[in-house]
Each structure stands twice: as structure tokens, then as C-alpha cells.
Design a protein around this ligand. Sequence first.
Ligand code: GRF
Length: 194
Amino acid sequence: MKRIAVFASGNGSNFQAIVNAVKRSELNASITLLVSDKPGAYVIDRAMKEEIPTFVFAAKNYQEKADYEREILKHLKTNKIDLIVLAGYMRLVGGTLLQAFAGKIINIHPSLLPAFPGKDAIGQALEAGVSQTGITIHYVDAGMDTGPIIAQEAITLTEEETRESIQEKIQVLEHQLYPKVIQHLLYNKEAFHQ
Ligand code: GRF
């Protein structure tokens, strides 16, 4: 059984979708660890309810990124993690983790990258007045939402769209696509096809 660590900073609806996919046997993996940089984040409550071990840290207690990433790495190694899944983890991943888990860190982002990287991708799309936006799952590199793209799915925006309505549509897609892509990456060599 492959072992996954999810990294999240907030609500954790994607974390929950991944856990639920495991429960439904759509994803053959063990969610072995939740890593969070936000003590008090709702995702931690979710992990506790699911009896999934957590490593929670506050970056301000460390001098630099490499210091807390070394700590995270210990937990990843102890737990024999195969894949790191970022799900609303609001930090850039540094060299310590990128080297130790080269090609084994993925992220989900609420836009059709390379459009609208970084924070508030939905707000950026609204502001730009685009007629389509969507979601992207990609490998993580040192940049902000710049790694090689694995899968994307688009939504069409109507005239009446609000931030909330877009977010709702995006999250429905995220919750379906992320577990599927994870399952594929764990057990297949060829590229993911939708
Ligand atoms: C998702 O929309 C994801 O694309 C972005 O952060 C959000 C996290 O949502 N990276 P949640 O915490 O999983 O509900």
C-alpha cells in the first residue's frame, strides 16, 4: 500500500475528499500523515476525526525554511511516505523537501495555469473577466505554481458569476479530479489522460 502525506493550511476540503476516496476504495493508498503550518486550521480537526496523525508547526518558531523542512522530512521518513500531496498549503516548498522528494510532490491550483498563479486565483480570474477558468494539478518545483502540468479541467463562467459561485464549481472539480490523479500517479507510469 502506497503512503501519502497531505500538506494543508486551511479548511481541508481537498484533504477530506482524498480521505473519502480511500474509504470508498477509489484510491488505494494510506493517508499516513497530515502536515500543517497553521495551528488551529480546520484541516487538523478533520485529521483528528479521521485518526490520521498530524505534524503541525509554526514557521515563526524556526529561523529559516530549511529548519522546519528538516523537521518535516523526519516525519516523512519515519512514515515512509511515497507521495506528498499539497492541498491548500500556503507556502513555497524549499530545497530540503524538493531534493528529498524529487518528482514526488504535487499541488492543486484553482486556475488554468500558467494563467493566474499565486494567491487568490479565483479573484484574479474574475478581475480579468475571462470566460473560462478551472483547475490544474501539477508537479511542484521551486517556483510559485510553475511545475510541469499533470492534469487540468476547465469551467465556463457565466455573466452572473461571483467569487463564491466560481469557488463552488472549482471545488466540486477538485474533489473529483485530485483523488483520481493521485491514484494514477501512484500506480501508472504513463501520463494521466482524462
Ligand atoms: C483549493 O482551492 C486549492 O486549489 C488551493 O487551495 C484551496 C484549498 O481548499 N490550492 P481546501 O482547504 O482543500 O478546502
